[in-house]
Design a protein around this ligand. Sequence first.
Ligand SMILES: [Zn+2]
Length: 317
Amino acid sequence: MAVTDEAPATTSWRVGAFTVTEVQEIPIAVGLLDGLIAQATPDVVLATDWMRPHYATETGQTVWDIHAFVIDDGANVVLVDPGCGNGKSLPLQPSWSDLDTPFLQRLEDAGYQREDVDLILLTHLHLDHIGWCTTKDADGRWVPTFPNARLVIVLEEYEHHLEQRDAPDDHTHDIVFEGSDPSLSRQLKLVWAETIQPMIDAGRVDFVSRNAEVLPGVSYQSTAGHTLGHHSIRIESEGESAFITGDFIHHPMQIAHPDWSSRNDWNVEESARSRRAFFEAAAGTDLLVLGTHFAGRSAGYIVPDGDGYRLVADKPA
Ligand SMILES: [Zn+2]
């Protein structure tokens, strides 16, 4: 059983004038991502005492989940990384394909109707970060889920995925999950058809450059490596700040071991460089770090710990 089964569907944090709320989509089945961070073997995970209970099982398997965040300053509602979505075709990850989750109900329970969402931000264009942009209507067409929302995408990330989508089909994903179809190009074409193209056709997409500020106090910040144009989200308000990681920190084991990249990172060296630079700057500060796939307690503060770092619940003194 995943630890996240016991977690509440929503959790909130205060960052100056902003409220940041986590909205669950699904726990990731324990074992599904074993090997994704090759060095994170059960013995090493067990030796990292702060992994349990949230980020690892008692037998040292890593624990992950998929959730979105809502950033709200009372005037604007910003949805970040809206999960896999319902009813999507995900042959690269069949266990997340054709989902039927109450994500929109959870969003409503957190106080947000579909109409309330003004902006959608994506740390990157992978299938588990973008799905709820669209839903199927009564005629089976993919249409925007949030009737008033603009989708703000970093242009270089978009262009990179467009290139991969159109690459020859021998361009396969580096890691093959059980039962999955490893053709990255085929998967990208499906994500494009079901999620990205309907948003473009509806005239909802705005492109921004690297490190763009999208609202006063909410910015994209380049954390390249997992993908070419990967960006995290920085929130600044009234002297407080927070940072939504996206997948440049895929699992908290990479906080303890910043050089351990993920096997599906686009560029493993760049990914490690991004983590090192971020941890060096964040360590010992009051920056609230919100992990996109961190299960259970998904936020904390970075402090130095041996050769690496540690995520702690309380602000460093
Ligand atoms: Zn992801």
